[in-house]
Design a protein. Sequence first.
Length: 167
Amino acid sequence: MGLFSFIKEAGEKLFGAKEVETAAASAASNPAAKPTLDELNAKAGRAIEAYIATQNLGVQAVQVAFDGASGTVTVQGQAPTQEALEKVTLCCGNVASVKAVHNLMAVHTPAPEAQYHDVVRGDTLSAIAKKYYGDASKYPRIFEANRPMLSHPDKIYPGQKLRIPAL
């Protein structure tokens, strides 16, 4: 699937991001700090894995590695559909301190990839639907494509990346 960019400051707060960033900066100049960084990176990876599991996407053998120095998540495993694979990417990327996601997951049922939209201040799902579909009333399609990460159509935030499936 490749490498996707995200906005580092936006997203779910699943782990001590500042702690990881401080350890990464320290490890760059002090090799003795590397075990602490490795420990924090592993903890962050486990937190992201747990978050993915709570979404009930039907993915299997998910392994997440987090690199606090670069803010990159690498995810591996098996996804039943292209949609589930894309939702895993969003689960990983819409986490505070994540700048990029390298998705190496295999998919059982390949399909064309969806488009993506980076939410900006003032965006609504209706406005996004109007932009991509030419019809604001099609916003439920975008909402459903991003469930369960979205719990309500009005709860989107700047910096969040959303899937925009084809109609």
